[in-house]
Design a protein around this ligand. Structure first.
Ligand SMILES: C[S@@+](CC[C@H](N)C(=O)[O-])C[C@H]1O[C@@H](n2cnc3c(N)ncnc32)[C@H](O)[C@@H]1O
Length: 423
């Protein structure tokens, strides 16, 4: 049974250790669509949660016509909305995220897609130009050797011959999906670092493989009449918001990912930024966001104040880290207000969020979010937990962010909270 909260008093008093696991959220009933894995994305959540959330809302008498994900990432919720034939509005501050989401949810004409693929193939094969490696962006030179740079430049130019629009976006997404494997990037690390022993993949072979994967993924998609709108923006500052029946989202983690850094290869190659660091601006949870940030404890809700006070008492924790966590909470309070504004009366917002620990101090993000939702005006908030099954094999990470089986390393989420607010 979920824990149900109706008031601020209850939100402050409830004990998160008493929150129970609800099996409903643990496993999906059907295999995930292949389209979900067309492009890797950090902290992607299991697709079945989105479909189960839609079914739950319908069972709860909500007429689900429009679903939203305010942190849409690589479009997991968007694609499940399409699968369930409901409209979708989503945003993400990261242009790589919105590119992937669009590419996954557009409807394509298979003959046109094949025609464009053949033209990319021909242009690539016939391009005999030598691209100027010396003049390339320094970060591109850092990650790609001369040969890979030549092949990727040819491929990118071949894709740019496709007229602007959904087909070009689709091929840009495939291009983006092969960048890590064709570079020196250490795969499966949450920090950008070089793998000196990397077996670097062949550009065209990998691109062709991704294209074939896309075709199979498209074959499997049911027809849908959903209207889908994807916007690249910060949810925190977006003024005009659509009206929504159901929000399904997973916010950024408080202390781990730097999305702009993790997507630098795509941002640089696709021209989203000359300096990928510019894309950190406004990203919830970015440590860089808070370098010159000053906060007033009174801007934080009570749970956030308690967490920040506990962090301050821990002398192993740097002030800058505490500032960035405070900034995260202030941002999450704003995100909660935005969700409330977007929802139709009676609507529902579902969040999947994990608690964590930093240098021995507990960080109860879930409780902070419950309090934020109540303060934003949600009438009823229910909290339950789910087990993270198969998402990661080990719940521990070493100091470089790599998975490890060493229990002395940092423990990350192996259970997470499912928090549902009703307006
Ligand atoms: C946990 S991920 C979401 C993953 C998503 N559920 C999926 O399955 O792909 C959080 C996302 O929030 C985005 N984000 C961070 N700050 C944002 C902001 N201010 N406005 C909108 N999106 C933001 C990040 O770029 C990231 O894609």
């Amino acid at each position: 049974m979920p824990t149900i909260i109706h008031s601020l008093e209850e939100a402050l008093r409830y004990d998160i250790s008493q929150v129970q696991i609800e099996d409903y959220w643990n496993l999906g009933d059907e295999p995930e669509l292949k389209m979900h894995s067309i492009h890797a994305y950090p902290a992607k959540f299991p697709a079945f949660i989105a479909s189960k959330a839609i079914h739950l809302a319908i069972k709860d008498d909500i007429q689900v016509k429009t679903v939203s994900d305010i942190f849409c990432g690589c479009g997991t919720v968007a694609l499940e909305a399409k699968r369930n034939n409901v409209d979708f509005w989503g945003c993400d501050i990261n242009p790589v995220a919105t590119l992937i989401t669009k590419a996954k949810t557009f409807a394509y004409d298979s003959k046109k897609l094949e025609k464009f693929y053949r033209s990319v193939q021909d242009n690539y094969a016939n391009d005999v130009k030598v691209y100027k490696y010396d003049e390339a962006n320094n970060r591109i030179k850092y990650w790609f050797n001369y040969g890979q740079f030549q092949d990727l430049s040819k491929l990118k130019n071949a894709i740019l011959t496709i007229p602007q629009g959904k087909y070009r976006i689709c091929f840009e997404c495939l291009f983006s999906s092969i960048l890590k494997s064709t570079s020196r990037w250490l795969t499966k690390s949450i920090k950008p670092q070089v793998d000196p022993n990397k077996q670097i993949a062949n550009v065209w072979d990998l691109f062709e493989r991704q294209y074939k994967k896309l075709i199979k993924a498209l074959d499997e998609l049911p027809t849908s009449t959903s209207k889908i709108e994807i916007v690249t923006c910060s949810i925190l500052t977006k003024r005009s918001l659509p009206k929504i029946d159901l929000i399904i989202t997973s916010p950024p983690y408080v202390t781990s990912y730097e999305y702009a850094d993790l997507h630098q290869l795509s941002s640089l190659w696709l021209g989203f930024a000359e300096d990928y660091k510019a894309l950190r601006e406004g990203t919830v949870g970015s440590a860089y966001n808070s370098e010159s940030f000053r906060y007033d404890m009174l801007e934080l809700n009570r749970t956030a104040q308690d967490i920040i006070s506990a962090l301050k008492e821990n002398d192993k924790i740097a002030k800058a880290k505490i500032r960035s966590i405070a900034r995260y909470y202030i941002d999450m309070q704003k995100a909660s207000d935005q969700c409330y504004r977007m929802l139709n009366d009676g609507g529902m917002a579902l969040f999947v969020i994990g608690d964590t620990e930093y240098k021995g101090t507990q960080i109860h993000n879930s409780k902070q979010l419950v309090e934020s939702l109540i303060i934003s005006g949600f009438q009823e908030v229910s909290v339950s937990k789910r087990k993270i099954i198969n998402k990661i094999l080990s719940p521990y990470r070493d100091e470089n962010g790599k998975f490890t089986n060493n229990k002395n390393d940092r423990e990350i989420y192996h259970e997470e909270f499912v928090i549902i607010g009703r307006k």
